[in-house]
Design a protein around this ligand. Structure first.
Ligand code: UDP
Length: 234
């Protein structure tokens, strides 16, 4: 597999074409941003943790019948993934109130929610606003059929991920995932699953083991990522 020209550079990853038109290479950086790019920094070693952790979790998803873009890890920071067109939605699951949910609805951070909650944000240049099912279909961000598939898969991802994290004494508070569409029209899990995109709390002490340590200048950011990595046995 040959790494060819860079297709895209995002906040945390670069994406490259390869000599196979159906495969891309993702390269994870240590760069971190928060609050829509207003806060910028670096988390040493984050690229390696996120690459390996995301690949590990994507493979667990596959074992549980959830199709993903994962193909092969080729270095500490690089992974071959299937070419997809990203559905322009941030799909968020919440098990426990935190972050923007707590702020928007005035619900104390840490409150266990009465039901698992699904939320969407539209990925655009207007600050990724929250959007509902009708609005998504109305503007054509996804079809009703694709959105149904996305919702079903997302609840499944939550069930598998939550149980897995519970087994290593971590509470899965919330997370954001993204889906892509393959050239033949299949909806698959894409992007990443990492402490950048999940809120992970130690189940005993409720200590934060995720990007909130960077967002909120709490210190020990690298240590928190390393702790999750260690508990996953990576
Ligand atoms: N999240 C993310 N990327 C974003 C926004 C949110 O990965 O651009 C994740 C975040 O890490 C958390 C979940 O989605 O696990 C819910 O985030 P929330 O809406 O509370 O936003 P935040 O407080 O992070 O701004």
């Amino acid at each position: 597999m040959k790494k060819m020209e860079q297709l895209y550079e995002g906040k945390a990853k670069k994406v490259f074409k390869t000599d196979d038109e159906n495969l891309y290479i993702v390269d994870y950086k240590d760069d971190a941003t928060a609050f829509n790019g207003l806060k910028k920094g670096q988390i040493a070693g984050k690229g390696v943790v996120n690459n390996k952790m995301s690949n590990f979790l994507m493979q667990i998803m596959e074992k549980n019948g959830i199709p993903t873009h994962f193909v092969e890890e080729i270095s500490d920071r690089e992974t071959v993934v299937k070419r997809v067109e990203i559905v322009p939605l941030e799909v968020i699951i919440r098990n426990i109130a935190a972050g923007s949910f707590s702020k928007r609805f005035g619900v104390e951070e840490g409150k266990k929610l009465n039901c698992t909650t699904l939320e969407y944000c539209l990925k655009n240049d207007l600050g990724d606003p929250m959007i509902n099912d009708y609005q998504i279909i109305a503007i054509g961000a996804a079809t009703k059929e694709d959105l149904d598939t996305i919702a079903d898969l997302t609840f499944k991802v939550n069930d598998v991920l939550k149980a897995y994290f519970e087994s290593i004494n971590i509470e899965l508070v919330d997370f954001k995932i993204e889906f892509g569409k393959t050239p033949d029209g299949q909806i698959i899990l894409a992007d990443e699953i990492s402490p950048d995109t999940c809120r992970l709390w130690d189940a005993t002490t409720h200590e934060k083991l995720d990007k909130d340590r960077f967002r909120r200048d709490m210190g020990n950011v690298e240590e928190a990522y390393a702790e999750v990595f260690k508990r996953l046995g990576l």
